[in-house]
Design a protein around this ligand. Structure first.
Ligand code: CAO
Length: 472
């Protein structure tokens, strides 16, 4: 029904509109010497954002995909989040803390985006989606395997409509026996090797609080998308980008695959288990709080641990600062004692060494230990609670923790852009209400007239209420 207004003309994805789109990078390189425009004369931070001009058709939900598109939005991309009319992203209503308001689960993963509601299975909805495909640079999705195809949006179909479009997906598993499975965070942590190597040797496998399956994979996907955008400058065409959550977790757990191979050549001497004389099995064991690197470390109690569950510090016995450590903990004799002086000699007795250091850390608060050790270049890390992080002024100052205002729920904290760029400054804005930008996107981005918009509204393609009325 919709007049093919702007969409009828050749698709011009936003990022390719300017002259850069006309010639591939290599051709421009010849013409301009180094292929780059003249350095901007504007002050840093005043010449737009890194991904300005890139438009994202955001078909993501829950956490992994939204993490990716929020990062792209932080970098300046125009992210248009497509949601099901009346319902939206399921997380809007999950783990709700304020009645009637979008949950923090949703608001903290969907800042800086616009929301449009479209029923992708409705005939008119499908036409709108086609038009969006022509007007966007990247489609990002994390539906269950096959769901996008069932909507009619196969790679072949999208590529024909817009050959420049990059289609980026998160799936639980890559091609193989589990490729059709639905996957959530902890499934990925388990299947990616993280859970089997996390926790204490005597206990069961453990999942970690950091969402390495969801947010970790979203981060990988954002990297893939930006890389594909860069390659497109040269090739002029889009491509498929796939991040499997199992792969993302394994990438983050690669030191444990390192250790798996080392096992073939003898025990893992930096694991506390070695010093305790407990033989290693065939697979990498759980190593408690052992450091994953070559410098032994452990979590130690600090003053107040009896009542404060977070009164702990991570203490690393880095070899170059062994002598100051010995002085601090009142064991100057360990500096020359052959059983303690050199790192290999210390490995079999790490348990005893950390227990001795703990006798000292227990006399100080974690922040006192931090101050004293940092002065001597000894690497330590206080165990910060989420309360402490939320209240930490330095994190507010850098924009890592940001307070935003929401029209329904009021003020809330979110995590800003963890990547700081000197010429692309992130301003964090609140998450959109469901369908808040539907009219704006249909008329201003896709070129539907006011009359066409009214017809679309009545068709039931964009509003659940109208859909019901139409059905009646
Ligand atoms: N209009 C109409 N239908 C829509 C729609 C819209 N705007 N948006 C989504 N839908 C439909 C889909 O087409 C799909 O329908 P069909 O199954 O009939 O084809 C349906 O909604 C559900 O999609 P889904 O299967 O992806 O959702 P789910 O809640 O059943 O599963 C999840 C959720 C996360 C397990 C699954 O999407 C998945 O495995 N995704 C890939 C891995 C992933 O990202 N996991 C991390 C999630 S965060 O923890």
């Amino acid at each position: 029904m919709a007049k093919k207004a702007k969409a009828k003309s050749k698709p011009k994805p936003a990022a390719m509109k300017k002259s850069a789109a006309k010639k591939p990078a290599l051709v421009r390189a010849k013409a301009n010497g180094n292929g780059l425009p003249k350095p901007s004369s504007k002050p840093f931070g005043k010449d737009g954002k890194a991904l300005q001009g890139v438009r994202i058709l955001d078909f993501t939900h829950v956490q992994s995909g939204p993490t990716c598109t929020q990062l792209l939005a932080y970098m300046g991309a125009d992210v248009i989040k497509v949601e099901r009319p009346g319902e939206g992203d399921i997380t809007r209503g999950q783990l709700r803390d304020v009645k009637g308001a979008d949950s923090l689960y949703f608001t903290m993963l969907n800042g800086n985006k616009r929301s449009i509601t479209i029923d992708s299975k409705h005939k008119t909805g499908k036409q709108i989606l086609d038009r969006l495909v022509k007007h966007c640079d990247v489609l990002v999705e994390n539906f269950a395997p096959g769901a996008l195809d069932r909507m009619g949006l196969t790679w072949e179909y999208i590529h024909k409509l817009n050959p420049r479009m990059i289609v980026a997906s998160v799936k639980g598993f890559g091609p193989g026996p589990y490729e059709d499975c639905k996957v959530y965070e902890n499934v990925a942590q388990c299947a990616g090797g993280s859970a089997s190597t996390t926790g204490f040797r005597e206990g069961p496998p453990l999942v970690t609080g950091a969402q390495i399956g969801d947010s970790g994979t979203g981060l990988h996907l954002a990297f893939g998308i930006v890389t594909a955008l860069y390659q497109r400058i040269r090739t002029g065409r889009g491509q498929k980008v796939l991040c499997a959550m199992q792969d993302g977790v394994l990438n983050l757990a690669r030191v444990k695959l390192r250790d798996q191979q080392r096992l073939a050549h003898g025990p893992l001497t930096e694991y506390r288990q070695y010093g305790e004389g407990i033989p290693f099995g065939k697979a990498v064991p759980r190593s408690g709080n052992d450091s994953g690197g070559g410098q032994p470390g452990w979590i130690l109690k600090c003053k107040g641990w009896e009542t404060d569950p977070d009164a702990y510090i991570y203490f690393i016995t880095q070899a170059p600062v062994w002598e100051p450590i010995c002085d601090l903990i009142g064991k100057p004799e360990w500096k020359t004692d052959p059983e303690y002086a050199k790192p290999p000699a210390r490995l079999p007795r790490l348990g005893h060494i950390f227990a001795t250091i703990e006798q000292w850390t227990m006399t100080k608060t974690k922040f006192e230990v931090m101050d004293i050790c940092n002065e001597k270049d000894i690497p330590v890390g206080p165990i910060l609670s989420m309360k402490e992080i939320a209240e930490e002024p330095s994190l507010r100052k850098t924009g890592t923790v940001v307070e935003v205002d929401h029209p329904v729920r009021g003020k809330y904290l979110t995590v800003g852009n963890p990547v700081k760029m000197s010429d692309s400054i992130t301003e964090v804005t609140r998450s959109p209400l469901l369908g808040e930008h539907t009219e704006e996107i249909l008329t201003k981005v896709l070129g539907y007239s006011a009359k066409e918009f009214a017809e679309i509204k009545m068709s039931g393609a964009i509003t659940a209420a109208e859909k019901k009325k139409a059905a009646a």
